[in-house]
Write a protein that binds this ligand. Structure first.
Ligand SMILES: [Cu+2]
Length: 417
């Protein structure tokens, strides 16, 4: 009997489909980084436990965030509720049903529309077997006791009790194995695509600026338009990746200018962010994002800034090496071998984009961009493991957040032949 139960258990595990990695779990908060009104912030859409009910929205600023206007729209029936949120002052928006919604966030004349789903856990479904097993066991135990009382030879009582024990065993087995059993989709979940084995095509992108040739010192819009590589239609099924719809890294060719920002979704398949560059020249843009059912992608683009320099930055990029702050081990890293990079922090880091620290590394000519994370607990030293792919000169930026905001530590690394 025990063997049979184990076989049943193994079969259940084997049949369990692997959990979809990027599906937002019911009961989990949704965290979305946005660069809006000159502020870097994370919007937190708290998990809902019941519908109809309140949907709590919070905002965390790095270091501060403006008040954000909120507009929540149900894509099922078009119902709209409005509110506002500021750091330390959460919003509670009433939701009437599970399923697709859009949260429109506005500040400083900028607007971002964040699509998401309200999910409510409807239980695993395995509870039926657990309680069913216990119910049958209870029933049969009573039957067994009665049979035993009236039947001297006790044989049928033994059989009845054995079946009862089996019921308890099934219930117990499922209680123990429940974490590995396939869970029922929560209420409001996206229907699973039938062709998911094939995946969706990669994204094609167009990186542009408005105006086309921004002037040094003037604000401009960097725009990333995303198209399906197969149909050419706008891609509007981005999965949240490291707490953002898209991460945009913009650097000047010489690496003195560096921005890591989180563009706003201004239309389906269109991401925009306001930037300002202080010197003319060629700028390189990198977009990290992930398409649902397609995987992570790094898209690149470039644009040119005109006019005259407005910055008083040192003309030589050499002083960017922050002495004593960054330690590379071995001190002369070898191509293709893991190196350890330690960064001393100024202040206690707090999680930003789900990590204690970020390290972004660009090849001198811009042909390579790497991004790794510090995964440990935030402390006064961040430690990264990075493998430089080939000999050459690399421009690197370590980033972490403290109470004072986001600190970027630029440095360079030479990898000899
Ligand atoms: Cu980012």
């Amino acid at each position: 009997m025990i063997r049979l139960l184990f076989l049943v258990g193994l079969l259940l595990v084997a049949l369990a489909s692997p959990a979809a990695a990027h599906t937002v779990k019911a009961g989990a908060d949704l965290r979305v980084a946005q660069t809006i009104a000159g502020a870097e912030l994370t919007l937190v859409i708290k998990a809902t436990t019941r519908v109809p009910g309140p949907l709590r929205v919070e905002v965390v600023g790095f270091p501060t965030a403006p008040e954000l206007g909120l507009r929540l729209r149900s894509m099922t029936d078009g119902r709209v509720v409005q509110g506002s949120v500021a750091p330390g002052r959460p919003a509670e928006l009433r939701v009437e049903e599970t399923g697709p919604h859009e949260l429109t966030v506005s500040a400083g004349g900028e607007t971002s529309v964040i699509p998401f789903r309200v999910l409510v856990d409807r239980g695993s479904g395995w509870e039926f077997l657990i309680y069913g097993g216990l119910f049958v066991a209870g029933l049969l135990l009573v039957g067994g006791l009665l049979t035993g009382a009236f039947n001297r030879r006790g044989r049928s009582a033994f059989v009845v009790t054995a079946v009862a024990a089996a019921g308890v065993a099934v219930a117990a087995l499922i209680v123990v194995m429940e974490p590995w059993l396939p869970a029922g989709a929560p209420d409001g979940a996206e229907p699973r695509p039938t062709d998911s084995a094939l995946g969706r095509p990669y994204i094609q992108r167009v990186v542009s600026t408005i105006p086309v040739r921004p002037a040094a010192g003037e604000e401009f819009v960097a725009r990333v338009e995303l198209f399906d590589g197969s149909t050419g239609r706008p891609v509007d099924d981005l999965a949240l990746h490291h707490e953002a719809m898209a991460h945009l890294v913009v650097t000047s060719e010489d690496g003195r200018y560096f921005r890591h920002v989180h563009p706003l979704r201004t239309a389906p398949g269109r991401m925009e962010v306001r930037l300002r560059a202080d010197r003319p020249g060629r700028y390189l843009a990198y977009v990290e994002l992930e398409r649902t059912d397609s995987g992570g992608q790094l898209l690149t683009g470039e644009f040119t800034v005109t006019g005259t320099a407005t910055s008083t930055d040192p003309p030589d990029p050499a002083p960017r090496q922050a002495a004593g702050t960054v330690t590379v081990t071995p001190s002369v890293p070898q191509a293709g071998r893991a190196a350890t990079i330690e960064v001393a922090t100024n202040g206690t880091p707090r999680p930003w984009l789900g990590m204690a620290g970020h390290l972004i590394v660009r090849g001198q000519d811009g042909g390579f961009l790497g991004h790794v994370h510090e995964r440990g607990t935030p402390s006064s030293r961040l430690r990264f493991t990075f493998s430089f792919p080939a000999p050459g000169r690399y421009l690197a930026w370590a980033q972490y957040a403290t109470e004072r905001g986001i600190t970027t530590v630029p440095f360079t690394v030479e990898v000899p032949r």
